[in-house]
Design a protein around this ligand. Structure first.
Ligand code: ZN
Length: 606
């Protein structure tokens, strides 16, 4: 029963005394069965309260609970999808704390849509895009408004270019947000202390065969001033620091701003590639959030000599020494980054493998490049790496209450892996496949052939997509028909003919359409489903028509004998109904097109 319809019936029938109006019981309420349960798996929760389980329940976009098969099966009701994991592993979606997946997608030969698909294929469900200037910010915000954003994304606005040119405080017009549930948020401000992607990392010693100490872009006082200004405005700052002179400068700047107090805005330091021994323990002393690489470039032709050449044999132990950083800073939260496409591969599994073995999988995806002996002591354990790649990075993005562990109440952002990385031999981690990736309860990636894990390989194309309607009551906008929540509706507030139109974001293959009615009173209805391609000259074609007697809460589902292809816009037009036109939910399932291709891994000098 929808309020609008009740008012209408009262006015039309001329009723004088209106009965009190109560909303229907919310579909998502205590006691309602889960939408999906996973059973018979190895559930690696990354939550100390329940570190291991075999089953997990999802309702709507969140994790309901984790437990044993018997406990979770007992929650299932008739509408619950039961997914038998067959012993496979279920982990939180990986959180990439520093990437250029979108802003530098072009450099990797991809569109943003393709880059996102690659991220999802790689098991990444949350990320931070680290080089956002005013143009990219506007484009990202439009991308989200168009309903195209599929990974939770935090944006870091650049205070300097990667060559150290100060862009100033333009960022101040775009305040940071930390509201749980945001797909797109302003995460903080990015500053480059030294070279790396432009110019050279700043060392405390001379480069070979030159007078240079590398490029320190900002003096300690300049950096301190910039960090202080951002801190006062409530921003988190992420400082790029590659060489030990930049590491020291950045540590000093953050220490000066915090002045012995807690790091409330969680100021971070990125890369930390060359850390002088006396600087190693200062991260914890100051309270800085270090963001470190799993990647170690052992496939470079001369990887054994290149470090010795640049930093000298006596300083090899300063290079990417994750082990010493963790050991010297007990209790400090570390975050992980791959820095794609500049440094490491997108694949979370490959990064995990490199964290633990220090070996690198070459571009052919088969050849393993062995590390030199001096690199081996820098390895961390699988458990340590997984923590950084989930909860650690979630903390660095202020999202640890939303994602990063399989905990009740968090978003159902998760991955199904072919094996549990904690159980296989470390040499086999590289062979683990991502079989399914879910973001907010929606399957966003399904490996080919995984029909038992996925709903016929299809995903919900509608969740959160751009939607418009012929008319809407203020309290019941069309978005409420696409939110995966049967508790809320789009309500036109008008008699037929009325329509609601969804932009799927890109041409898609549609395999099923499901509509949940919101109607008062019951009676004969006629709903036409129209589809249109992405081209400017494309016109709507009638795909299907539902003509029947319907009541409220009824599910109208149609699976075409052959999938509808190249559909970008879907319009549901109600031409006949005794009720105001409204829908509790519209779900269009299928596959977005085109499929992303996997670009060759790239390496850049560290
Ligand atoms: Zn970067």
């Amino acid at each position: 029963m929808k309020t609008g319809s009740v008012w209408r019936s009262i006015f039309v029938a001329g009723a004088i005394c209106a009965a009190p109006v109560f909303p229907v019981l919310p579909a998502i309420a205590a006691g309602q069965p889960p939408d999906i349960v996973f059973v018979n798996g190895k559930v690696v929760t990354m939550d100390d309260a329940t570190p291991a389980a075999t089953a997990l329940a999802v309702r709507g976009d969140t994790i309901l609970t984790v437990g044993s098969d018997a406990e979770i099966r007992a929650l299932a009701g008739p509408p619950t999808r039961v997914i038998d994991l067959g012993g496979k592993a279920l982990l939180p979606g990986f959180v990439e704390a520093h990437t250029h997946l979108l802003n530098d997608a072009e450099m990797a030969g991809m569109s943003w849509e393709e880059a996102q698909e690659l991220g999802l294929q790689s098991g990444v469900t949350t990320m931070a895009d680290m080089y956002v200037d005013p143009d990219i910010l506007a484009a990202m915000q439009q991308f989200e408004r168009d309903g195209k954003l599929r990974l939770r994304t935090s944006l870091y606005l650049v205070y300097t270019t990667n060559c150290g040119v100060v862009l100033g405080d333009w960022y101040a017009a775009h305040p940071p947000t930390r509201t749980p549930g945001e797909m797109l948020r302003i995460g903080g401000v990015k500053m480059f202390a030294d070279g790396g992607s432009c110019g050279d990392p700043a060392f405390s010693f001379q480069y070979p065969d030159s007078e240079s100490y590398g490029d320190l872009f900002l003096s300690e006082s300049e950096l301190t001033k910039a960090v202080a200004a951002a801190d006062q405005r409530g921003y988190q700052v992420a400082i790029h620091a590659y060489g030990d002179r930049a590491v020291e400068t950045a540590q000093n700047a953050i220490a000066a701003v915090l002045d012995g107090g807690p790091n409330v805005n969680r100021h971070r330091m990125e890369h930390n590639v060359l850390v002088r021994p006396e600087l190693v323990a200062r991260y914890g002393q100051i309270g800085i959030v270090p963001v470190i690489f799993g990647y170690f470039p052992t496939c470079w032709e001369d990887s054994d000599q290149i470090w010795e050449h640049y930093v000298g044999a006596e300083r090899l132990s300063w290079v990417r020494d994750n082990r010493s950083l963790l050991d010297a800073n007990p209790g400090l939260t570390f975050a992980w980054h791959a820095d794609f496409p500049w440094v490491g591969p997108v694949s979370a599994i490959q990064n995990l493998y490199e964290f633990v073995t220090r070996k690198q999988l070459d571009e052919d995806g088969v050849t393993v490049c062995e590390p030199p002996d001096w690199v081996m002591p820098t390895a961390v354990t699988v458990a340590e790496a997984l923590r950084m790649m989930t909860m650690g990075s979630a903390y660095a993005l202020f999202r640890e209450t939303e994602v990063g562990s399989l905990s009740p109440g968090k978003y159902a952002d998760l991955v199904v892996l072919s094996a549990d990385p904690l159980e296989v031999d470390s040499s086999e981690i590289k062979d683990i496949d991502v079989l399914m990736t879910m973001v907010g309860g929606s399957e966003e990636y399904c490996a080919p052939g995984e029909t038992s894990l996925c709903l016929d390989g299809s995903v919900n194309l509608t969740l959160g997509k751009l939607v418009t309607a012929s008319s809407s009551l203020a309290a019941s906008p069309p978005e409420q028909a696409l939110d995966g929540n049967l508790d809320t509706s789009w309500q036109s507030g008008e008699d037929p003919v009325q329509w609601i139109e969804v932009d799927l974001g890109r041409p898609s293959v549609v395999t099923n359409i499901k509509l949940v009615t919101d109607q008062y009173p019951h009676g004969d209805t006629r709903h036409a489903i129209w589809g249109k391609g992405a081209g400017a000259s494309d016109e709507y074609q009638l795909l299907h028509e539902f003509t029947r007697h319907t009541t409220s809460g009824q599910v109208l589902s149609f699976t075409p004998p052959e999938p509808w292809r190249a559909i970008r816009f879907v319009k549901v037009e109600t031409t006949s109904s005794p009720s105001w036109v409204a829908w509790k939910e519209i779900e269009i399932r299928g596959r977005p097109a085109p499929k992303a291709r996997r670009p060759a891994a790239r390496v850049a000098p560290g």
